[in-house]
Design a binder for this molecule. Structure first.
Ligand code: ZN
Length: 321
């Protein structure tokens, strides 16, 4: 019996992804499971072949009405006949909803992640005919995880020799609970390269030099020109292979002599904080990291988010046969 071979697929077609709208998903994908499976396979989002985990034989695909997709892979060995889901190993594997609904949720997440407020849970539950609020919450989280993974796997620095990078740190998630209990502040270090519109936001435990300098060295390329306020922790910047310009915020926002400013970094804070407020102020450390990653991801990929979302899944995160 034949062994599974690596399947050569066309690269995802960016134009096709950009032509997809929610109504396309509603018509093309919700109407036809075959069209949905074919599209997913064309771009490597579902496996084309499956090998029986017991016999190591190439499975055959067949109709099986007891599963949500109506299709399964079956082992050809008559003594085995093990059945495998067509979703095995894919981003869809954990879902208990039809493929087209997952595609619709990812479309809504990726095309709205740059806005302070995405579509409400009620809206998604009604439009996609999903009965459980938890399903929506979970899948939005899985989408956000794709953004988190991207920056874990691609920790590219911003800046570079002669490029200006504005830095600033800001308190997030400062929130008063009833009975006056204050949740400890979470500091977020931010760096923004205005010329390329690229930002980095990282949660830090403290905002002293011992904490901040390694973060600066990790995320900002050597030779960059770093602009900051007069915060004492930044005094060491010139000793670490960067040029350093400062602006004294007690006097002005743009230094009249040097032009140094952190206005662009602060504009990034306002956009990020608008998003946090609409998310009811996540206070849990993982959640803040997730929302920061979502914000950064949109900065990088907001020009073609649905295409980039699935390309990253197919190429990096859920590589299937
Ligand atoms: Zn088998």
């Amino acid at each position: 019996m034949a062994q599974a071979a690596a399947v050569q697929r066309p690269l995802p077609d960016r134009n096709e992804f950009e032509s997809i709208r929610l109504v396309t998903i509603g018509s093309r994908f919700s109407e036809s499971i075959d069209a949905t499976i074919a599209w997913c396979r064309r771009y490597g989002l579902l496996a084309q072949t499956m090998v029986c985990p017991v016999c190591n034989l190439l499975c055959q695909e067949g109709v099986y009405n007891r599963v949500i997709d109506g299709r399964v892979f079956r082992c050809p060995n008559r003594d085995c006949r093990k059945v495998s889901s067509i979703r095995k190993g894919s981003f869809f594997e954990a879902a208990h909803i039809p493929l087209w609904k997952v595609i619709a949720i990812t479309y809504m997440w990726s095309t709205n992640c740059g806005r302070p407020r995405g579509p409400s849970q009620e809206f998604l539950m009604r439009e996609l005919d999903i009965g459980s609020e938890h399903t929506i919450v979970d899948w939005n989280q899985f989408c956000r995880d794709v953004a988190v993974e991207y920056f874990v796997n691609h920790p590219q620095q911003i800046g570079g020799p002669g490029s200006i990078v504005e830095i600033d740190e800001s308190a997030f998630a400062k929130r008063k609970y009833n009975r006056g209990r204050m949740v400890p502040e979470k500091w977020v270090f931010g760096a923004y390269e205005a010329a390329r519109k690229r930002g980095v936001m990282v949660m830090v435990d403290r905002r002293d030099a011992v904490t901040l300098m390694p973060v600066i060295n990790q995320w900002i390329a050597p030779g960059s020109i770093i602009w900051s306020d007069m915060w004492a922790a930044y005094n060491q910047i010139p000793n670490q292979g960067f040029q350093h310009g400062t602006v004294n915020h007690t006097h002005h926002f743009v230094d009249p002599n040097t032009g140094v400013t952190t206005n662009h970094a602060e504009a990034m804070w306002s956009r990020a904080k608008a998003k946090f407020k609409s998310m009811m102020g996540p206070t849990n450390r993982d959640m803040i990291g997730g929302y920061l990653a979502e914000f950064m991801w949109n900065q990088r990929f907001g020009d073609s988010p649905f295409f980039h979302f699935w390309t990253q899944i197919a190429n990096d995160l859920y590589v299937v046969n």
